[in-house]
Design a binder for this molecule. Sequence first.
Ligand SMILES: Nc1ncnc2c1ncn2[C@@H]1O[C@H](COP(=O)(O)OP(=O)(O)OP(=O)(O)O)[C@@H](O)[C@H]1O
Length: 684
Amino acid sequence: MWVLLRSGYPLRILLPLRGAWMGRRGLPRSLTPGPPRRRYRKEALPALEAPVLPVTTTEIRQYLRARGIPFQDGHSCLRAPSPFVGASKLKDQTGAATSFSLFIDKTTGRFLCMTTLAEGSWEDFQASVEGQGDGAKEGVLLSEAPEAEDSEEVRRIWDRAIPLWELPEPEEAQLARMMFGLTKVTDDTLKRFSVRYLRPARRLVFPWFSPGGLGLRGLKLLGAETQGGGVQYVETTIPRPGAYHNLFGLPLISRRDVEVVLTSRELDSLALSQSTGLPTLALPRGTACLPPALLPYLEQFRRVVLWLGNDLRSWEAAKLFARKLNPKRCSLVRPGDQQPSPLEALNQGLNLSRILRTALPAWHKSIVSFRQLREEVLGELSNVEQAAGVRWSRFPDLNRLLKGHRKGELTVFTGPTGSGKTTFISEYALDLCTQGVNTLWGSFEISNVRLARVMLTQFAVGRLEEQLDKYDEWADRFEDLPLYFMTFHGQQSIRTVIDTMQHAVYVYDICHVVIDNLQFMMGHEQLSTDRIAAQDYIVGAFRKFATDSSCHVTLVIHPRKEDDDKELQTASIFGSAKASQEADNVLILQDRKLVTGPGKRYLQVSKNRFDGDVGVFPLEFNKSSLTFSIPPKSKARLKKIKDDNGLVAKKPSSGKKGAMPQISDTCSNQARNPNQPDFSKPSR
Ligand SMILES: Nc1ncnc2c1ncn2[C@@H]1O[C@H](COP(=O)(O)OP(=O)(O)OP(=O)(O)O)[C@@H](O)[C@H]1O
């Protein structure tokens, strides 16, 4: 897990959260057996509190021009001669392709020198340029020492793994092929991609070679387990996922290749390469993210086809990644019965080249006709469950009402002061994050350490103070969640916050931003009319961000002062009606007793733009785990329906659509007792 470090302005500095509080387990973020990956840094790191100004593509260009540095415009990067390549080496190189070996990310300014593998921030680059004639004087090229522990492990596993066709027992080889769906993948294909098999663990082993084939930098191990008639794949990477930046298949790409097919699994790339002969690369973390660090390796391609899988999530990911890669050069293979994942297509005897020809351009004009939309509409209709978004595993009632958590929406959340808003929203976001929703937190009121402590307690569903020996175990698991924190504290300008969010979407493929709370962006306006106007502006900015970035924003807003004996309503949200109008969902944490029940808090869904279902359900706070999701078993659940003017008791209902709870292993005691009254949906 990483922290976005604030420095007054958007952030291009990243630190592992471990440094701040995770502590002891020192697994490496970057592993470099083989030639070390070099990271360029200034002699003194910038002080964390010093402002780091945001950079734009225009500024990067202006800077390069002003310094007389020639550059070429690429798809996601600018290319320039590398100051990190020795002069003699440069002289030997004639073509621009080799001498322009520095790739500068147009959005972040980060650079990578393909020749030396030096990398760093835009400030690092400027420092090296300004320190010239001898660029290395101003700074130090740091060879990141390979973590001995990991390199040894990589080497040990790799040496013990053997090619599938060298397995002594034909039955074992046959079984392994069947488990991984590789019965139609030839030995030759496995050989070309250097895939091995680790017998004792029954894992396929995919290597990560340094560019240029100079050494082994890491591994991915893939296990296959049968589950309910299907196969469940389990992945382990060394180094751990955050530092595993392997584009599997890269050593097979030639400089002259101008087209590539990106897949989300190594197995898919094997199938594609074998049946189409086209260059193909597998993304290191599937549909979860496309780290910008990989973009320089994809610059050479004039056409990129994304064929990421056969579900709506893969389709959404493909659209997001295409934005980063430059949609004008991207085409997307749409999931469908006749267009499953590449490996399945191979196994079903489908023609993969023909499927690739059906790929749709990612570039959309501003005005489209229904003809261009009809396939998307069909996709949504035939995948209603997936279109409803990611379902909570701890809050079945939220699934019942909201149906799921969808990209591009704005959720406004309110509740009385001190009622537990932060605590609840922390668990609500954590639940999604554990299911792979990349999450960015903006906690302006409580420190990240405090927040992380609450979240970790909720994650472990128990008090860690009393079992510190388990701390590392939980912390390690927690650290692998796609969870990031902005380090803002106290008042912030909305521009800075939105810039940071945009940066995080680009760098970490963030799909959910939680802002706690909006009042910290309102400045110090004293007049209430100014405050309301400021709030409207901020809500509008978050709305626009959610839509433009296809990212869900959950915004905590304080309520206006109300009589203590009144329930909060949508109209109780501080400010004008703008917040509730712009919001797709409005959630209210009520801390008054239900009229007929024992619950102390309950959650009210008072607006749901997706399908209109609104209603309430009780929340039982568990003080030791700080969770709301595990109610005491014995208590009767009472029912209410929501009406914006107050709460009205309603009879239990049964057999409602979407009433099935989602049960996870952390909340299996949540399964609803059919004899207990259900909570309602309601009136609209
Ligand atoms: N249902 C609850 N019952 C008792 N204590 C609770 C409950 N929910 C949260 N708490 C505790 O109350 C304290 C305040 O909770 P929290 O910070 O989540 O409230 P909040 O509504 O976000 O506050 P604020 O209005 O100041 O932003 C925390 O110590 C939390 O553990």
